[in-house]
Design a protein around this ligand. Sequence first.
Ligand code: 13P
Ligand code: SF4
Length: 340
Amino acid sequence: MNTAALIYDRFKRVLGEDTPDCVLREKAGIAQEIIRLKKEKNAVILVHNYIDPLIFHSVSDITGDSLELSKKAAKTDSDIILVCGVSFMGQTAKLLNPEKKVLLPVKEAGCSLAESITADDIRNLKERYPGVPVVTYINTYAETKAQTDICCTSGNAEAILRSIDSDKVIFLPDEYLGRNMARIMGKKLILPHLEEKGEVIGWNGRCEVHKLFCPDHVKTIRKNHPDAIILAHPECPPQVVKAVDFTGGTKAMIDFIQNSNAQKFCLLTEKAMEKNIVLNDHRKEFIPVPSMRCPHMEKITLENILEALHREKYEIVIPGEVRAKAAQAVQRMIDFNWER
Ligand code: 13P
Ligand code: SF4
């Protein structure tokens, strides 16, 4: 079998129920051309867990959550790194590989969390709370990261917060992730504009996808599928996180499902995840939830990946001054994780 036939076969197994055959064949042909071109250009393709299954199951060299992509990006020896994810993920790969060409298949793929805070906002917080360490979620832009002490992802936020030797910590910009982490640690999150008192100083950023889940979703699933295990990303509202059976970043959710003996699951996160969890075990069933696609992740297609490799665009560029400081915050996170 040639490459396109092998890819078509995989597509058929994972997506055959919902996607017409002619579409799968056409997409397999595009994927084959991408694979040829990436060899020719010595490129590596990083794919986040929320990216379209047609991409995830065909052209990816490295798949994972934000933490895995950052760690593996730091180790690659390819000349070109093509990031299938949103802009801040492309920036993270560039911060860790300043000498390499890092491409994103679209000019911009935003993120409501990254856009919720600016470098000036952080400067103001640092003036208001002098000497308090600043932990910033990886879902931020380089200018913002440059103002912070250390980054974290959903996969290591708790460990990094616990490692900070200080009574107070500034944790930005996801209010819900902050509230969920503060609750686990038995601390209180304050939002400066609301003047509450507490040990974790947060911000009012929210993921436009995860904020839409509500406790009623959990109630309905429990009523209709009492045997299903419900999982939620920690960017979901705290009332949702409290009501589910497991909370974790995308990798933690995948690991949980793959290691579980249960057969029915419900994922309160971005919709692409279900099909991206390789279903070697076909007894595992996913309860459908309202379709929540991230409009920014959704912009990445096989077509624009092919175009990006051909034309070597859109190259991520981060100005030197910002790059050095932002890279330090990301590198501290990576070093932290590798030590454990
Ligand atoms: P993970 O780091 O858990 O993959 O999450 C990234 C993200 O953007 C979640 O919305
Ligand atoms: Fe940002 Fe939410 Fe999309 Fe993740 S799912 S990239 S947090 S908007």
